[in-house]
Design a binder for this molecule. Structure first.
Ligand SMILES: CC(C)(COP(=O)(O)OP(=O)(O)OC[C@H]1O[C@@H](n2cnc3c(N)ncnc32)[C@H](O)[C@@H]1OP(=O)(O)O)[C@@H](O)C(=O)NCCC(=O)NCCS
Length: 178
């Protein structure tokens, strides 16, 4: 993974571990409300309360691969990758399995510096099959545009009638020869 300089300060990517859970929570508190509050403030709060908690990170660390970006020794971004079949959530609309990037979050003070692009490239390198999938919350236009500019296409929208839709995106990694 290695180091790279961003605005004069080295950014280091490394695997995430249970020791990072407090930093994951702090990252969530910094990035989730500003990202999702304008879309649905109650949904942003639900995310923090139900998904950005130590118990869920412990389970996620057992099932998924986590990568963090550190800057000056601080965790400034998180990405993870895992198989849909191993998720604790249910996806009745899906037949078969998917390799999914469940999270890509960069601290607001460190966005726009290339860290998200680097983490995405590392996640893509870890994908075993030909496709990487992810969900974007409907209305998260910055992230949606970020992914479309990096080769993802929209495949489907999943609605539960209460919370904002999940928009599923897929990127073909062009590894059909493997
Ligand atoms: C979307 C996100 C992961 C991109 O990571 P990043 O490190 O900011 O992105 P990079 O610096 O590598 O690339 C910049 C690109 O992101 C876009 N971008 C998205 N959000 C941005 C922000 N807040 N600030 C600056 N650029 C942003 C820019 O338009 C730029 O796109 P372009 O290169 O196609 O023109 C990051 O901004 C983020 O964490 N956003 C909030 C949380 C989120 O929505 N996560 C995705 C959940 S599915």
């Amino acid at each position: 993974m290695g180091d790279s300089a961003v605005a004069g300060s080295a950014v280091r990517l490394r695997p995430g571990t249970a020791a990072d859970i407090p930093a994951f929570r702090a990252l969530g508190e910094a990035v989730v409300p500003v990202t999702y509050g304008p879309i649905d403030a109650a949904y942003a709060q639900r995310m923090l309360d139900e998904w950005w908690i130590p118990e869920v990170f412990e389970k996620s660390l057992e099932r998924n691969t986590h990568l963090v970006a550190e800057r000056d020794g601080q965790v400034v971004a998180l990405a993870n990758l895992g198989r849909l079949a191993r998720s604790y959530r249910e996806f009745p609309h899906v037949t078969g399995d998917r390799e999914v990037m469940w999270k890509l979050y960069v601290h607001p003070d460190h966005q726009g510096l290339g860290i998200g692009s680097r983490l995405l490239a590392e996640v893509e390198a870890l994908v075993e099959g030909d496709e990487l999938w992810l969900e974007v919350v409907d209305g998260n236009d910055q992230a949606y545009d970020f992914y479309l500019a990096r080769g993802f296409v929209e495949v489907e929208r999943v609605s539960d009638g209460r919370w904002p839709d999940d928009v599923w995106l897929r990127k073909s990694l062009g590894r059909t020869e493997r």
